[in-house]
Ligand binder design. Sequence first.
Ligand code: FE
Ligand code: MN
Length: 363
Amino acid sequence: MANDVNFTVGARTFVLDREKAEQAFADKKVINGRESVFFNLLPLKYVWAYELYRTMKANHWEPEDIPMQKDIEQWQSENDLSDVERWIIRMGIGYFSAAEGIVGDNILHVIRERVTAPELKLVLGRHAHEENIHADSLLYMISSLGINPHECEAMFEDVPTITRKNEFVMKVSRALRKDLDLTVPENKQLFAKNMFMFGQCMEGTQFYGLFGMILALYRQNKFPGIGQMFRYTLRDESNHIELLRSLLMAMKDENPEIWTTEFKEELRGLMAEAKELEKNFIADCLPVNAVGLSVDEFSQYIDYIADRRLEGCGLAPLNPGVSNPFPWLAEMMDIKKEQNFFEGRVTEYQKASALSSVDDDEL
Ligand code: FE
Ligand code: MN
């Protein structure tokens, strides 16, 4: 019928009334769109969000799938590990235990709360769930190794270079919890800043100091279980960075008035601040020499990562031309091609979610 429009998601076809579908589509916005208690995914407007949701779901993993026997043996042995290596693991578990919680809370209570299109809420819900998985994996590490959880918490609260990283991201989170009027341009910018800070500065840059340390140990066959979990976590993080990047870009396209030269400079300034905090943290807490890395290279690595994040958001790099001093780290983060014990499980999850691609050409 002329007034109907077919909408296909995988093997399923839905017939929607054309006029209503077009109206619903037009009313979908990142912010200030139609508020509805119904979860109207159709017609899909932000196809990238739905596609990303499916990619994230296909990467599903559970901590208990990863054996910890070797890690436990190493942790308990007298000669296999140095104190510094144990310190790195404690630091990694302590930092991420709190940081993953902060990210999940912001995704759920700030970002997901204020975006209006259901497919955006869908993928943000998955993001929050992945932070739960990460938190759970840290709990699994703590219990496997018999680490005192309070010792890890104390690290987060008492180490000034960590506290500063924490305060840096929290400052754009608190104000947004109130009923902030998002039709006001300055408030829109505050919200956009939150997406940038959490996605690009925190998950995208400040997580990488410790990720690098733990994967450097993993590369030396130390803590294979923990290393494997961090590799899966990193794969998830790369989707979170992409999600918040795409969300920020969609918000900018719909609200071009926020994207002023001044605002772009402000975002670049925030990244510069984030890098500074990360470098201070590395100098203060991470014995990079102990894992065979140099402070200068590590610092360059942070510069390199930060510039990739800026460019992803259409912002000018802070250190143009800087190269990646750790190409092995990039390889280790790309686990798509790898064959391992986990492959079977991942394939199963992927099959379960194997829908053919969404066709929104009709709209
Ligand atoms: Fe995470
Ligand atoms: Mn994350």
